[in-house]
Design a protein around this ligand. Structure first.
Ligand code: ADP
Ligand code: ZN
Length: 299
């Protein structure tokens, strides 16, 4: 019998909660819309309480939208901190879960969680330095350097890398409320919708949107490659549902790097370098379960 863990993928639009031990063993799962912190965290608690009959949990993992405080030594560890999401600023997420569920709790960003899940069971097994980027309502990046999840001062905010705007679109100022035309401002789902006047998922695969999208994503990825030297870059999130983007991004990345980085990964191995998450739609919640396992193992 494997040990059981709880996972919460806490997204800005929806929460996914699950109980299990890994990709082949999910015993209960639920999803619901993100509303107020009280109601949403309350529903998460209710899910775990309701499913107590499945067995005792050895740990709980929370992979959350942010910004968050993932530093266990900080007074505000486990908080969603300065988020622009209304009502969620300074929410003591871990504290509220702890009152109801007495197990070790792992807490990190949604993308570090997803990265850890891919490291444990998916596209990053055996690597020690890699990045997981999500391209959805926002753009966020997490990952590992030398076998450690990326934290530092806070956690990376790769979605807000500043990009040169394409000469094709001087009129579009980008949708990031802070920076206008950062990576998220130019290439997130809402940026696509603002630019083309239709939701990203409604635009056809052969639309010109995807060439520009691949260009901006490759610009962002090139900066990440140059700073972190990742061994692989995993691209997930709703927008990457456009599978034709993967080869386009690979070509654009080679263009942007312009022959300067000559590792086999970049020169001949791009198909294994820019990849989709292997855990599919469960990447997020499995990442939370991986955070739970780690928290349980470290006490
Ligand atoms: P979130 O970021 O809110 O957690 P997603 O990762 O699903 O959720 O991202 C939602 C965004 O992705 C929306 O802007 C939506 O239009 C876009 N999206 C979802 N599916 C597709 C698709 N198949 N093709 C292009 N864009 C998509
Ligand atoms: Zn920004």
């Amino acid at each position: 019998m494997s040990l059981l863990y709880g996972g919460i993928e806490a997204g800005g639009t929806k929460f996914v909660c699950a109980i299990g031990s890994g990709p082949d063993d999910i015993r209960a799962e639920t999803r619901f819309a993100t509303t107020t912190p009280e109601e949403t965290i309350g529903r998460a608690v209710e899910f775990f309480v309701r499913n107590k009959r499945l067995g005792t949990l050895s740990g709980l993992g929370i992979a959350s939208f942010g910004p968050v405080d993932p530093d266990p030594d900080s007074d505000t560890f486990g908080y969603i901190t300065t988020t622009p999401k209304e009502g969620w600023e300074n929410t003591d997420f871990v504290g509220q879960m702890k009152k109801a569920i007495y197990v070790p709790i792992g807490f990190d960003t949604d993308v570090n969680g997803a990265a850890l899940g891919e490291f444990r069971w998916g596209a990053a097994v055996g690597l020690d330095t890699f990045v997981y980027l999500t391209i959805g309502t926002g753009i966020g990046g997490g990952g590992m350097a030398n076998g450690q999840l990326l934290h530092g001062m806070m956690h990376p905010e790769m979605g807000h890398l500043m990009l040169p705007r394409s000469s094709q679109e001087e009129a579009f100022s980008g949708v990031c409320p802070y920076h206008g035309s950062c990576l998220e401002g130019l290439a997130s789902g809402p940026a696509i919708e603002a630019r083309w006047g239709a939701p990203a998922h409604e635009l056809p695969a052969e639309h010109e949107v995807w060439q520009l999208e691949a260009h901006y994503l490759a610009l962002g990825i090139s900066s990440i490659v140059l700073v972190l030297s990742p061994q692989r870059v995993i691209l997930g999130g709703g927008v990457m549902g456009q599978a034709q983007l993967y080869p386009m991004i690979r070509r654009e990345l080679q263009d942007v790097l312009a022959g300067y980085v000559r590792t086999p990964e970049i020169t001949v191995g791009l198909d294994d370098y820019i990849v989709a998450p292997k855990l599919g739609p469960r990447t997020g919640v499995l990442g939370a379960i991986a955070l739970a396992q780690r928290a349980a193992a470290s006490v």
